[in-house]
Design a protein around this ligand. Structure first.
Ligand SMILES: O=c1nc2n(C[C@H](O)[C@H](O)[C@H](O)CO)c3cc(O)ccc3cc-2c(=O)[nH]1
Ligand SMILES: C[C@H]1O[C@@H](n2cnc3c(N)ncnc32)[C@H](O)[C@@H]1O
Ligand code: SF4
Length: 378
């Protein structure tokens, strides 16, 4: 039983036999992808306040020291990003700051907000005005919180991390697998194209990795909403000295992800944290969001590779490198999908009116989105 699943009303049972089968999978059991994709983004660290204290994370600041970006600051980051050809505003920030963060709540109140989610809605509007498609990862969300912002996001995400209870998530307020899975399920119910993933090396066993991937697959089978799964190695920083998974571990777990997940889900590794060039033959087909402008604020010591390094990885693998949008093509309405698209289309309406409108608009941003879709991205 996955910890917290019953408490959060998540009904997933992972069969031991499925776990055992997946444990037998290695790089020799998967085929390399036919192309490698990436998105151009700016990273917008809306607040460094966080209700949790994951022991591997240097991102959060303690109460009394946390910061909150103003709409003017968000606009500036987005404008620079749009000027540099980005298509995505990645809003990734501390998980729903609790009441200990009086400085954050006071500032939000002054700006007319009683939660980070209503404020997120306002800054998503700013991003759209500046010509970027929002992809928000605010951590765990209730249905009401996600519904507050869903129609202004092209896609959203949260890392499952792992289905196991691990020491790295200890403490009085902690990430719980059941609540993460509940968030992933809520995205399915609300028809939000979704990114999730596993964090490897935080005390997770091989069985836990297999179970985590199978739990993501189970959610996707129910809602068809998962667009990509990130296989992310934990990396050392000022708060975490537990080490990073070795190459053999990354190769095996990446192959397990590729094998466990249906073809329409991309398998992504972040090229600043993982040895991407040695994982192409294990089935990765995406290099995630990379930024020509901003740091990876979660792991600021790990610099984004330049575009030419991504090109070198693709060239070495003998596959084309393609720019993509933060929402994958199978979720787009027919009129926006490219003629040659041969993947499995996700049935139903996945994009709100505001997002469809910016994708179809005749302004510079709309033209840029459509040129990325047409494969003329770069
Ligand atoms: O720059 C980063 N981007 C992260 N991304 C963004 C990702 O690279 C792109 O935004 C997506 O591929 C959408 O285009 C995440 C997105 C999620 O929804 C969930 C988790 C992550 C994790 C990271 C991350 O640690 N660093
Ligand atoms: C946005 C995502 O960043 C990841 N994250 C947080 N800290 C680290 C670290 N030290 N190494 C790698 N990934 C990390 C978590 O998986 C979170 O969900
Ligand atoms: S990983 Fe996210 S939830 Fe965990 S402490 Fe860092 S900001 Fe908070």
């Amino acid at each position: 039983m996955i910890p917290g699943a019953a408490e959060y009303g998540v009904d997933v049972t992972i069969e031991e036999a499925d776990v055992d089968r997946l444990l037998a999978v290695g790089p020799e059991d998967v085929s390399p992808a036919a192309e490698l994709s990436f998105a151009r983004n700016v990273f917008v660290p809306l607040t460094t306040a966080c209700r949790y204290t994951c022991t591997y994370c240097t991102y959060f600041d303690p109460p009394g020291e946390a910061s909150l970006l103003s709409t003017a600051e968000v606009r500036e980051i987005c404008r620079e990003g749009a000027d540099a050809g980005c298509t995505e505003a990645l809003f990734t920030f501390g998980d729903d700051p609790d009441d200990r963060y009086t400085e954050i709540h006071d500032q939000l109140a002054e700006w007319g907000h009683d939660s980070i989610h209503t404020y997120l809605r306002e800054v998503c509007e700013v991003a759209l005005e500046e010509g970027l498609l929002p992809h928000a990862n605010p951590g765990d969300q209730t249905e009401a919180q996600m519904a507050e912002v869903a129609d202004l996001n092209a896609s959203m995400g949260v890392m499952l991390e792992t289905t196991a209870e691990v020491g790295a998530h200890a403490g009085p307020r902690k990430k719980e697998p059941g609540q993460r899975l509940r968030t992933i399920e809520t995205a399915g119910e609300l028809k939000v194209p979704f990114t999730t993933g596993i964090l490897v090396g935080i005390g997770d066993s091989w069985e836990d990795r297999a179970e985590s991937l199978l739990a993501i697959r189970a959610m996707h089978e129910r809602y068809d909403h998962v667009q990509e799964v990130i296989v992310q190695p934990v990396v050392d920083n000022e708060r975490w000295s537990g080490g990073t998974p070795d190459l053999e571990t990354m190769r095996r777990v990446t192959a397990m992800a590729r094998h466990a997940l249906p073809e329409e889900i991309s398998v992504q590794v972040p090229p600043n944290l993982a040895p991407a060039r040695d994982l192409v033959d294990c089935g990765i087909d995406d290099l995630g969001g990379v930024s020509p402008i901003t740091d990876d604020h979660i792991n600021p010591d790990y610099k984004w590779p330049a575009l030419r390094e991504l090109e070198a990885i693709a060239e070495e693998a003998g596959v084309p490198l393609c720019e993509r949008l933060p929402v994958y093509e199978r979720f787009l309405p027919t009129e926006l999908r490219t003629e040659g698209f041969d993947g499995r289309v996700a049935e139903g309406d996945w994009l709100s009116e505001p997002i469809r409108a910016v994708l179809a608009a005749d302004d510079a941003a709309g033209q840029r989105y459509r040129s990325v879709l047409a494969g003329e991205g770069y």
